[in-house]
Design a protein around this ligand. Structure first.
Ligand SMILES: Nc1ncnc2c1ncn2[C@@H]1O[C@H](COP(=O)(O)OP(=O)(O)O)[C@@H](O)[C@H]1O
Ligand SMILES: [Mg+2]
Length: 155
């Protein structure tokens, strides 16, 4: 499903819609964010983390790789794979420690194998001054979330 995002507030509103469509406990979910530099991945991630209940700053995980949040709706791990050179590096970074939480992954294209076990994939592209999002359900429950988004795909 493709969605026009005319400004950053529209990207944030989409994140809020996704948060509202996810289950009360987001543990075990994986959301992939892809798109080139400046496409709005961090804007979406920040808004989603806040919509899930975080009140405060959302620092970039570019250097720490993972920023954890303990929220009412579960553990959330904000991950940025920009600095990952090879998918195998994930194993050395304690990837399996993130199993309990919701993994929100920027630069997911750096680890193509993640698609096999992910639930949602958001692809962001430049579109004039704004952006276009394409959201896809990669699992059955992910497809249910996409289907329940309050967005008219024809607009
Ligand atoms: N839909 C949008 N339309 C226009 N600008 C946007 C949109 N979404 C985000 N932006 C802006 O684009 C810039 C880069 O966003 P950012 O989330 O940091 O991108 P990324 O993490 O993909 O590199 C920010 O200034 C942000 O406000
Ligand atoms: Mg970013």
């Amino acid at each position: 499903m493709k969605i026009g995002l005319s400004d950053a507030a529209a990207t944030e509103a989409l994140a809020e819609d996704v948060a509202a469509s996810l289950p009360a406990d987001v543990g075990g979910w994986t959301v992939l964010l892809t798109g080139e530099l400046g496409a709005g991945k961090s804007t979406f991630a920040r808004a989603l983390i806040r919509a899930l209940g975080h009140d405060g700053a959302v620092p970039s995980p570019t250097y720490t790789l993972v920023e954890p949040y303990s929220l009412d709706r579960g553990q959330v791990y904000h991950v940025d794979l920009y600095r990952i050179a090879a998918e195998e590096e994930l194993h050395f970074l304690g990837w399996s420690d993130l199993d309990d939480g919701c993994r929100l992954i920027e630069w997911a294209e750096r680890a193509p194998g993640l698609s096999a076990t992910a639930d949602l994939k958001l692809t962001l592209r430049y579109d004039g001054e704004g952006r276009e999002a394409e959201i896809a359900g990669l699992s059955a429950r992910g497809a249910d979330v996409v289907a329940s988004l309050p967005i008219n795909p024809n607009t």
